[in-house]
Ligand binder design. Sequence first.
Ligand code: SF4
Length: 247
Amino acid sequence: MFSAHEIERLSQEFETKTPQEIVQWAVGEYSPNLAMSSSFQTQSMPLLHIVSQTGRDVTVFFLDTGYHFWETLMFREQIALEWNLNVFDLRRDPRWDVFVLQNIRKLPVDDPNLCCYLHKVQPMQKALQGVKAWISGIRRDQTETRAHAKILELQDDGLLKVNPLLNWKKTDVENYMKDHALPSHPLLEKGYRSVGCAPCTIAIGADDDERAGRWAGRGKTECGLHTEMFKKKKLSEIQREFNLEIK
Ligand code: SF4
């Protein structure tokens, strides 16, 4: 168990380490109480590959929102099988089922923050209660929020978030993919350079920002897993924020 001060120092030290070295450290210190999350899109492949190469059993959480492209679900199956990954699907709390089913078409459009909260943030919060460290594949060059992230982030509840790819650029991902001949998400060739849920992802041009096709035109860039929203754990806070009633 590291103190907040030690985590801060290690995080600084890791700024010059490779993702492989950071993953090795995390696996050595926290396995088997360690999990990673993955959306199984093209840019997820290097981190999944690096983790699989450690030979250690790391649970991979996949957020099965119910809104994914068929291609994503098939790709997830293929990679999990070929790389022998221990993938665990996370789904929304069934208490939301009636509300979601009544609003299934309009929810991602009318209130994407609530939709992401129900389908991504809350299931991930629950799953991570069982582990001590969480490996995530975010990069500083992806969004303004991610630009301020640290390689190691200790949450108030003691969960350590490990971001090994933080200093990688898009080209590092491409080079790793090429060097290791990794497969791409099937929708990449159709212009989907960042792939999330189908109602919130569009194809983009070659010169567009990598994440320009996510929640395009809706003033949203993050699902909430890597923002302040993730720290809101009390249902009452969420109810207030979204003006919701849940029994
Ligand atoms: S990405 Fe869109 S469909 Fe998926 S959970 Fe978020 S708002 Fe809902």
